[in-house]
Write a protein that binds this ligand. Structure first.
Ligand SMILES: NC(=O)c1ccc[n+]([C@@H]2O[C@H](COP(=O)([O-])OP(=O)(O)OC[C@H]3O[C@@H](n4cnc5c(N)ncnc54)[C@H](O)[C@@H]3O)[C@@H](O)[C@H]2O)c1
Length: 248
């Protein structure tokens, strides 16, 4: 039986990578997926593939770092669809590794605005909808860098630690109101975000993964599906590593 029949699912940053794989996985389980991103071309490609495979989806432009846009788009989804059952706050940027003393302030700001404030803004808007309908399920995308420092990745790591803080706070604030919130912490996953990371650094990290390979976006999507589903009813405020054993 499909896990998300008749459920409305929002995925941010679903044009490529983990967000796209998650949109596919949710649609396969019967969800009506609202694919959002700043990249309209690839966002529409995600939707077209879902529809081609018999699923339900629509694309909306959404820049998660813009408060007014986030409030409007998420409120419109709720009004038009009548519900917002599932939300995956995935949109994010990587950036080129740089020592902290050399990080440009503008780069710090855009990292925090998209990777942390973006999650905060989406959570606020999603929770307002979920409170009206009496519950919901949320997964935020953090990272290994949300649990560890990362050489050359101070801004990214700070933002991703913040995502775990938000996840835990939301879990304890809204657990009693039937809103279950968790995070995933992927290791290195084969997506376009890795473009900025030098190959030598990736090779070095892959050697340190006990499974000796990089992860695939579908492997993260499967964990997100589990966290959103009725198979994880007592899991709340958790940050799930998906890293091939790297942290072990
Ligand atoms: N790939 C990895 O190794 C890895 C590891 C840990 C965590 N993550 C996290 O996973 C999430 C997805 O990344 P990915 O690896 O699939 O990379 P990706 O680049 O394929 O996907 C990121 C998506 O976010 C979108 N996006 C960027 N800025 C946006 C904004 N302001 N508003 C809305 N959308 C925006 C991009 O257009 C893109 O479609 C990110 O939060 C990333 O930090 C990735």
């Amino acid at each position: 039986m499909k896990k998300f029949k008749n459920k409305i699912a929002l995925v941010t940053g679903a044009a490529t990578g983990i967000g796209r794989a998650t949109a596919f996985a949710l649609a396969k389980q019967g969800a009506n997926v609202i694919v959002t991103d700043t990249n309209e071309k690839e966002g529409l490609a995600t939707v077209n593939r879902i529809k081609k495979e018999g699923g339900k989806a629509k694309f909306l432009v959404l820049d998660v770092s813009k408060k007014e846009e986030v409030d409007k788009v998420i409120n419109d989804i709720f009004t038009t669809e009548g519900n917002l059952d599932l939300a995956v706050n995935n949109a994010g940027i990587g950036g080129v590794p740089n020592a902290l003393h050399e990080v440009e302030f503008e780069d710090w700001e855009s990292m925090i605005n998209i990777n942390l404030t973006g999650v905060f803004l989406c959570l606020q808007a999603e929770i307002k909808c979920m409170l009206k309908q009496g519950g919901g399920r949320i997964v935020n995308i953090s990272s290994l860098a949300g649990l560890n420092g990362m050489p050359g990745g101070s801004s990214y790591s700070a933002a991703k630690h913040g995502v775990i803080g938000l996840t835990k706070s939301v879990a304890v604030e809204y657990g009693k109101l039937n809103i279950r919130t968790n995070a995933v912490c992927p290791g290195f996953i084969q997506t376009p975000i890795l473009k900025g990371i030098p190959q030598s650094m990736l090779d070095h990290s892959t050697k340190r993964v006990p499974m000796k390979r990089i992860g695939q976006p579908e492997e993260v999507a499967k964990a997100i599906v589990w966290l959103l589903s009725e198979d994880s009813t007592y899991v709340n405020g958790h940050s799930l590593l998906i890293d091939g054993g790297f942290m072990a």
